[in-house]
Ligand binder design. Structure first.
Ligand code: APR
Ligand code: PHB
Length: 394
């Protein structure tokens, strides 16, 4: 089999890239390790920056996010009983975010891909990248029990943090930067009305909590739990009880509980691999970088990488601009590092790190208190939360 761009991974990054390339008339094939149902079964983030919504429109899949996504002009930070609203629209000249689940983004992109008749090889096993330093790279995998070879001009590694693409770059060519956090997030999804019409990020001495949502009838909540915690230790009752203790009393009084549809624990991690391109392989999304979910940036960063990458491929195929290839990585990384900083900052200020109440801890508390009490501080939070501008290649 032969294509122009071989894409590894059918998560949001791979599917969105595939759709945008298709709109540019660039042929692409996606090779995905899991089944489509498995990919759709994963419950992930749910806050889209305006730039990502615009990109979905460019990809021809903007209708449902417009109809069913919930625009949010602000969100709240709670510190014990104190509530501070971050008025996104007022602080950023009218920008906002849209609450729409990653699962739904994936569903829309899969449907568009099917309609366009593009090839996706689901349940491809032992995917391997070859010749990325040559002019004619290819992928190999086992598909339907048979070995197959996919020839291409370029490979897009959109296969997430545990994928094979980043590992195919020689270790000597890659520098990685990372930070682990001593806790995870326990998430619960329930068909109950959200406790509040906006998201609430709550800092509390018992640990962080987040009140989020997927729709007017479906809530998503998270609790900070120690690293290594087992989900079996958390009955629904224990979850609801702990959540009500960590959010302001007047909010807890509105909480509607119900049976969980899903409960899982995700570790928190910051990670960046540089550069994001080697030879004819380009990394995008979680394959190149991970952020803790506190700033809602993971999915949005995948989208901004793809925004750069699809424009690069269009320039290569339509204008012969292979000279732009070295610009891909530095262009993406400028925005990636700013989102890494913001996600780290939000994580650092909203979670309990079990720190003794020493000088550093008091300064940390003062910094957060300052940010929430100052127009300049709130503007910084708002600008980052709605999403910094997309970088351009030239
Ligand atoms: N071969 C083929 N496919 C693979 C391989 C492999 N060796 N390894 C992983 N994959 C697939 C995964 O099964 C998954 O479907 O690659 C896909 C990667 O998708 P995501 O992990 O969703 O990553 P990405 O598309 O970059 O999306 C960005 O935003 O909300 C955050 O972390 C969250 O997934 C989210 C991300
Ligand atoms: C979510 O709804 O899943 C969500 C929202 C905001 C975050 C992280 C996750 O910062």
């Amino acid at each position: 089999m032969r294509t122009q761009v071989a894409i590894v991974g059918a998560g949001p990054a791979g599917l969105l890239l595939g759709q945008l390339l298709y709109r540019h008339g660039i042929d692409n094939v996606i090779v995905e390790r899991r089944s489509a149902d498995y990919v759709l079964g994963r419950i992930r983030a749910g806050v889209l920056e305006q730039g990502m919504v615009e990109l979905l429109h460019q990809a021809g899949v903007g209708a449902r996010v417009d109809a069913e996504g919930i625009p949010h002009d602000g969100f709240e930070m709670a510190l014990g009983e104190r509530r501070v609203r971050v008025d996104l629209a007022a602080l950023t000249g009218g920008k906002r975010v849209t609450v729409y689940g990653q699962t739904e983004v994936t569903r829309d992109l899969m449907a568009a891909r099917r309609e366009a008749g593009l090839t996706t090889l689901y349940e491809a096993e032992e995917v391997a990248l070859h010749g990325i330093e040559s002019e004619s790279p290819h992928l190999e995998c086992r598909y339907n029990g048979e070995w197959m070879r996919l020839e291409c001009d370029y490979i897009a590694g959109c296969d997430g943090f545990h994928g094979v693409s980043r590992q195919s770059i020689p270790a000597t060519k890659l520098t990685t930067f990372e930070r682990d956090y001593p806790f995870g997030w326990l998430g619960l999804l329930a068909d109950t009305p959200p406790v509040h019409h906006e998201l609430i990020y709550a800092r509390h001495e018992r640990g962080f909590a987040l009140c989020s949502m997927r729709s007017a009838e479906r809530s998503r909540y998270y609790l900070q739990v120690p690293a290594g915690e087992r989900v079996e230790a958390w009955s629904d009752d224990r979850f609801w009880d702990e959540l009500s203790r960590r959010i302001p009393r007047e909010v807890a009084a509105q909480l509607v509980t119900g049976p969980s549809l899903e409960k899982s624990i995700a570790p928190l991690h910051s990670f960046v691999a540089e550069p994001m391109q080697h030879g004819r392989l380009f990394l995008a999304g979680d394959a190149a970088h991970i952020v803790p979910p506190t700033g809602a940036k993971g999915l949005n960063l995948a989208a901004s990488d793809v925004s750069v990458l699809h424009r690069l491929f269009a320039a290569i195929y339509h204008q012969g601009r292979t000279d732009l290839i070295p610009r891909y990585s530095p262009t993406c990384l400028r925005r990636v590092w700013k989102a890494e900083r913001f996600s780290w900052w939000m994580t650092r200020h909203l979670h309990d790190f079990g720190q003794p109440l020493d000088f550093d801890e008091r300064v940390r508390q003062a910094e957060f208190d300052y940010s929430l009490g100052s127009h300049a501080g709130l503007t910084t939070i708002a600008e980052n939360y709605v999403g910094l501008p997309y970088e351009t290649l030239e």
